[in-house]
Design a protein around this ligand. Structure first.
Ligand SMILES: NC(=O)c1ccc[n+]([C@@H]2O[C@H](COP(=O)([O-])OP(=O)(O)OC[C@H]3O[C@@H](n4cnc5c(N)ncnc54)[C@H](OP(=O)(O)O)[C@@H]3O)[C@@H](O)[C@H]2O)c1
Length: 257
């Protein structure tokens, strides 16, 4: 039986690269995101590189009924692999921000991820097999002045992932948090961050393919935490030693356009 996978945020960026890795391993892949046209293009590409099947599920995960709609579109399939990758950020002080968009961010980055996991994990546990990969961030490790909600959502994803990884350690289901640092995708443009020091040359920017490969391998190995790239790993170690007041100021500086 071919293995099955569900990937959210499959239309571009890290999600698209993760789909390619699944395709090369022959998976039947369900691709979810809002843009049906782009998903269809990715699906066609996946079939040429080895995917057993590629099915497109257009869905808006900012909508409260998004995760249930997505789960229903699986028609009873409990995938072998669930990759919760869809997400977005927004640059700007919280007080000056667009509150509905900030709340949408919580819905996409946190609530949908939790709901989708909650809808599929019990069946994975019941059959004693499954792998879940949640895309968190190096933002998960500190507060993010200038992007307060985004950083808080990613802290949630990391905490949630580690907790359920431990709960399911002996139940045949692995849960992995992938923490990329700055990565070359559409994320920074959509978040309004192109002119910030974070993305304009101060830090090394990894490719989406590199990041996906690291996350994919970590998921298959059943690792709980994978920080993408040596520099990011060293950076996160350094954070533990630095006073939190310094960290807050430095992060705010990185978000100034
Ligand atoms: N790039 C970075 O520097 C970086 C660093 C750390 C973590 N991350 C995380 O990596 C993950 C993937 O991001 P990326 O860098 O690959 O960014 P990206 O190129 O902007 O891709 C984001 C994906 O999420 C989907 N998405 C966004 N809003 C959605 C919604 N409301 N409903 C359904 N799907 C939605 C997008 O598809 P549609 O627009 O078609 O819906 C797209 O497929 C995110 O969770 C992000 O937070 C990124």
């Amino acid at each position: 039986m071919p293995k099955t996978a569900l990937v959210t945020g499959a239309s571009t960026g890290i999600g698209r690269e993760l789909c390619k890795l699944l395709a090369r391993d022959g998976y039947e892949i369900f691709l979810a995101a809002r843009d049906a046209g782009r998903l269809a293009e990715v699906a066609a590409e996946l079939l040429t590189i080895g995917a057993g099947a590629a099915r497109v599920i257009p869905v808006d995960l900012a909508r409260k009924d998004g995760p249930a709609q997505l789960a229903a579109a699986l028609s009873g399939t409990v995938p072998d692999v669930l990759i919760n990758n869809a997400g977005f950020g927004l640059l700007g002080d919280f007080s000056a921000g667009d509150l509905p968009r900030q709340l949408d961010m919580i819905q996409v980055n946190v609530t949908s991820l939790v709901e989708l996991t909650g809808l599929l994990l019990p069946a994975m546990v019941a059959r004693s097999s499954g792998r879940i990969l949640n895309v968190a961030s190096t933002a998960s490790f500190q507060p993010g002045p200038g992007m307060a909600i985004y950083y808080a959502t990613k802290a949630f994803v990391l905490s949630f992932t580690e907790a359920i990884a431990e709960e399911n350690r002996r139940k045949g289901v692995s849960v992995t948090a992938l923490c990329p640092g700055p990565t070359d995708t559409e994320f920074q443009g959509r978040a309004g961050m192109l002119e910030t020091p974070l993305f304009s040359g101060a830090l090394k920017i990894m490719s989406a393919a590199e990041v996906a490969e690291i996350g994919y391998r970590a998921m298959l190995a059943g690792k709980v935490l994978s920080i993408a790239g040596l520099r990011n790993r060293l950076g996160m170690e350094g954070l533990r030693l630095a006073p939190r007041s310094w960290v807050r100021r430095i992060v705010y500086g990185l978000h100034r356009a």
